[in-house]
Design a protein around this ligand. Sequence first.
Ligand SMILES: Nc1nc2c(ncn2[C@@H]2O[C@H](COP(=O)(O)OP(=O)(O)OP(=O)(O)O)[C@@H](O)[C@H]2O)c(=O)[nH]1
Ligand SMILES: [Mg+2]
Length: 427
Amino acid sequence: MIELQPIGKERCVLVGVSTRSVSRGETEEYLDELALLADTAGAEVVKRVTQDRDRIEPATFIGKGKVEELRTFVTERKLPLVIFDDDLSAVQVRNLERELECKVLDRSALILDIFATRAKSNEAKTQVELAQLQYLLPRLTRQWTHLSKQYGGIGTKGPGETQIETDRRLIKTRISHLKEKLERISKQRVTQRKGRTRHTRAALVGYTNVGKSTLLNYVSGSEVFVENRLFATLDPTTRLVPLSSGAQMLMTDTVGFIRKLPPHLVASFKSTLEEITEADLLLHVVDVTSKHFEEQIQVVKDTLEDIGVHDKPTLMVFNKIDRLAERSMLHVLAEQYPRCVFISAARGININGFKQEVLKLLESEFVEEQLRVSQAHQKLISYLHSVGEVLDTAYEDNSVLLKLRFPKKDKARVLQMVNAQEHASVE
Ligand SMILES: Nc1nc2c(ncn2[C@@H]2O[C@H](COP(=O)(O)OP(=O)(O)OP(=O)(O)O)[C@@H](O)[C@H]2O)c(=O)[nH]1
Ligand SMILES: [Mg+2]
C-alpha cells in the first residue's frame, strides 16, 4: 500500500470555515469531530482556527489575512501540519503549502490515512489503496511542481510534465489492476454467500464509534475489535446470533460512517458494503450520548442512499443509555421512531428487549409459508432457497415441502410461482 501522507505523532492546527449556510456553532462541532479524527490518526492538535466568510477564497480557501496569521503561528511553533475540515482543490493545497511552508491536508486525506493504517485484510488494503490513488491522481501535478520549486537546484529541477505523465499512466494502470482484483474478491464473496445456508440476515449500520462491534460481541459471544477511536472496524464480520429458543439470524458488523466520507472511499468499499445492501434488515445503532446524534442519524441515512439502500426494514438501536443522565428524551425518541429499542451494549442492558424487537420486526416484515413444489421443478426450488430462509424441508412422493420465511413484499410473486407450477404439473 502506498504511504500517501504518513503523519505519525505530528503537532497540527485545525482550520474550519463558517459560511452563510454553516453557522459558527456548527463549524465548532465539525472541528470537534476533526480533532477526533486527527487524534485517531496519531496527530496532536495544538490550535483550532475558524473564520467567517461569505465566499470561499478560490486560491487559498481562507482569506489572505487568515493565511498570514496561520503562517506566523505555524512558523513560530515549527508545526509540520495544518488540517482543513473542508475538501480542498489541488490548487488550494499547493498555494497553502507554499504560503504556510508545511504540509496541508483536508478531511478526506485524513480519513484515507486512517483507513490506510487500519486496513488489515487483503480486501480492505486493496480498497483503501484504490481510494488513495483516485484521490492522488488529480493532485499529482502539485506534488511534483512545488517540490521542485521549493528545493530547486542541481538534480532537483523537477521531473517536468513528461515525468508527471509517466506517473499518471502508472497510477492509472495500477488503478485498473486494483479494480480487477476487487472484482475478483467481490465474486468470491458472492460465491461464499451463496454457499452459506440461507439465514435471515441483519446488518449493523451506524456512525463510527457508536458501539456496533460491542453489540455484536455481546449477542454472539465473539471478540470483534472494539476501541474508543474512529473506524476500529473496516472488515465485515458475520456471526450467528440466537434470538429466542427457536430463532436465530446472521448478524454482520461492518465499517462505520462519518460525515463527508470521501466518495472514492465509499465507491471502493463496494464489496464490503454489499453486506449491507444484501441484508434483509438493518439495525441502525445510534450513540444517544452524542450531542450530534440526530445529525449522525441523517448522515447514516444519506450514506445508505448513496450506496443504493432504500427502504430496508430498520430497527433503531439507541445505545449507551448507561451514560445518559437525562432520560426524558427517550420518550420523545420512542414517539419519533416507532421501531426502536434502548440498550447498553457495553453493560448488557436490555439485550433481551433488543432481541424481542428484532423478532417483532421479522414478524412484521416476513411471512412463513408451507410450500409444496414438485421435485422436477429444480429451478423454482433454488429460487425459493434464494428468496428466503428455508426453516424446514420434507419429502412426499414426488414433491418437496418447504417451510419458508421470506419478505412480505415477495409474497404475491412467490405464491403465484408456486401455484403456476402446481397447475403445470397437473396438466
Ligand atoms: N458507556 C458505553 N460505552 C459503550 C457502549 N457500547 C460501546 N461503548 C464504547 O464505545 C466505543 C466504540 O465501540 P465500538 O463497538 O468499537 O464501536 P463501533 O460502532 O464498532 O465503531 P467503529 O468500528 O469504529 O465504527 C468503545 O470504547 C466501547 O467500549 C455502551 O453501551 N455504553
Ligand atoms: Mg466496530
